[in-house]
Design a protein around this ligand. Structure first.
Ligand SMILES: [Zn+2]
Ligand SMILES: [Zn+2]
Length: 177
């Protein structure tokens, strides 16, 4: 169940746990980032409470995503975890645009027709957690641009030759033009 009826939230609040199917997550990430990622099943838990019509929602999500490194192209698995707090109020025509803001771990939003769509909140958080250029490690050495050797696992002689030449910078300029 990924939608919550606000009128069903009890006085003492509720805890809710669910899993999201990885194929759908994969599609969403692909559309948003134009890249092919391979997510694993997504575990979500939330704490929901309300005061009158204002809903307070704590979201915790955990998954792993397989990426291809942006430098060396090797695939690796990145654990993705996110915590977010949302304050949700019933949708109102007159506050749209001005009323919406988003911070690091605190967000404000609307729900419509007594329903909270948890799925879209989860996807929003996942997209915030995903790096734009995923790297297998911070200091990934990447591939040699000349021979394609993966510099993390071995070395080649291209680099030394380059370093010896005083015209390296000039050569690179010409190549990139
Ligand atoms: Zn890498
Ligand atoms: Zn090389």
């Amino acid at each position: 169940m990924t939608t919550i009826k606000v009128s069903n939230i009890p006085e003492e609040g509720l805890k809710h746990h669910f899993r999201l199917d990885d194929e759908k997550l994969k599609d969403i990430v692909k559309v948003d980032r134009g890249m092919d990622f391979h997510p694993h099943t997504l575990d979500v838990s939330c704490d929901i409470s309300k005061i009158q019509e204002t809903v307070s929602l704590d979201l915790h999500l955990e998954t792993e995503i397989d990426f291809d490194c942006g430098r060396c192209l090797e695939s690796f698995t990145l654990p993705v975890k996110g915590d977010a707090h949302y304050t949700l109020i019933p949708f109102r025509e007159d506050v749209i645009g001005e009323g919406e803001w988003s911070g690091e771990d605190d967000a404000f939003g609307f729900y419509r027709e007594d329903l909270i769509d948890l799925e879209s909140l989860v996807y929003e958080q996942i997209l915030l957690q995903i790096p734009f250029k995923p790297l297998c490690r911070e200091n990934c050495q990447g591939l040699c641009p000349h021979c394609g050797t993966n510099m993390n696992v071995s070395s080649c002689s291209c680099r030394e030759e380059q370093a010896d030449s005083p015209f390296t910078a000039l050569k690179n300029l010409k190549v990139t033009k």
